[in-house]
Design a protein around this ligand. Structure first.
Ligand SMILES: C[S@@+](CC[C@H](N)C(=O)[O-])C[C@H]1O[C@@H](n2cnc3c(N)ncnc32)[C@H](O)[C@@H]1O
Length: 298
């Protein structure tokens, strides 16, 4: 019979898990146990700790319900339909829902699931094409909520989402920090052109830097065209950040507000004051502690 894991061993393994040591390293740290035994225990613990999986999905649902109580959107776009878990909630809280799903099996399952809902449209398309087609359509002005919940990053879709909305919200999953869990921390900074000098291991500091750079780039683009201020600038501000992690999944849901203004006289005044950004080593950083944007943890 296999040896029972003693409390001290379990505590140690939890500690290794929280420090993101991989299976191989973990098994070397338990020389009296086989690789398979350590792997099985590690998986079991990960489930219990809720590192990912159902717990994460439950959090996402709970946080969506919470956010919909505060902001009641009418016409919704959901660019990554999946198996329709979030769609179900959206349907009962809005007038219409336009869903996109690239995977054919998921698309067909969604069709079947919502066949009796007249106010639901479902497309089998790629999210970027789907959003761009909506942007080209005059009808787009009715939308006031865009949900982006991909497996990976959706940074590339944010400009089109802002283009679609006149006044509304973008509710997206920020997974870029999650992607770093098992790799080098500076890869994301490299991709986002953030200098190494402001890298920090603290998850909330990473979030401040990432959001700062995101909001800064996005806002500038919709206020200033490089030469002059735009006639009808779009103002983009983060209003809510929700931490989906129960351990350190590093996944967040972010709610951005998009509004069309008459004119903006100074990018600096808008970006540095209103958006609560500050500079660190000449880089925009979002002020997580002192901003008006609320941070939720379920
Ligand atoms: C995280 S899941 C979405 C889960 C969904 N919110 C739910 O409640 O079930 C991401 C989904 O996006 C789909 N997907 C991936 N890449 C896509 C793309 N480029 N365009 C549209 N859908 C895509 C995947 O097939 C997957 O079903």
């Amino acid at each position: 019979m296999a040896n029972q894991w003693i409390k001290k061993e379990v505590q140690l393994l939890c500690h290794y898990l929280n420090n993101e040591l991989n299976e191989e390293i973990c098994s070397q740290l338990f020389p009296n146990r086989t690789y398979e035994a350590v792997r099985t225990k590690r998986r079991q613990l990960r489930k219990q700790l809720g590192g990912w999986g159902e717990q994460h999905s439950d959090n996402k649902i709970a946080l969506l319900k919470k956010v919909l109580k505060m902001y009641s959107p009418n016409h919704i776009i959901e660019a990554f339909g999946g198996n329709g878990t979030l769609s179900n909630i959206y349907i009962s809280n809005s007038k219409s829902l336009n869903i996109c799903e690239r995977n054919l099996d998921c698309f067909q399952a969604l069709k079947e699931k919502f066949k009796n809902h007249k106010n639901v449209t479902i497309s089998n398309n790629r999210a970027d094409k789907f959003l761009y087609e909506i942007y080209l359509n005059r009808n787009r002005t009715k939308y006031n909520w865009i949900d982006l919940d991909p497996f990976g990053s959706c940074m590339n879709l944010l400009p089109t989402a802002v283009d679609i909305l006149t006044n509304g919200y973008i509710y997206f999953t920020l997974s870029d920090l999650h992607q770093l869990r098992f790799s080098k921390i500076n890869s994301i900074y490299w991709r986002m052109l953030i200098p190494d000098t402001i890298i920090n291991n603290d998850i909330y500091k990473q979030l401040s830097v990432l959001l700062g750079s995101l909001i800064f780039d996005l806002s500038k683009r919709f206020i200033w065209n490089g030469n002059m201020y735009l006639k009808n600038p779009k103002l983009i501000s983060p209003v809510k950040i929700q931490d989906l992690g129960n351990r350190n999944t590093r996944l967040f849901r972010v709610l951005l507000k998009v509004e069309t203004a008459q004119n903006v006289k100074s990018v600096e005044e808008h970006i540095w004051n209103k958006l609560q950004l500050f500079t660190y080593n000449n880089y925009p950083v979002f002020n997580l502690q002192n901003s008006l944007c609320q941070i939720d943890q379920d």
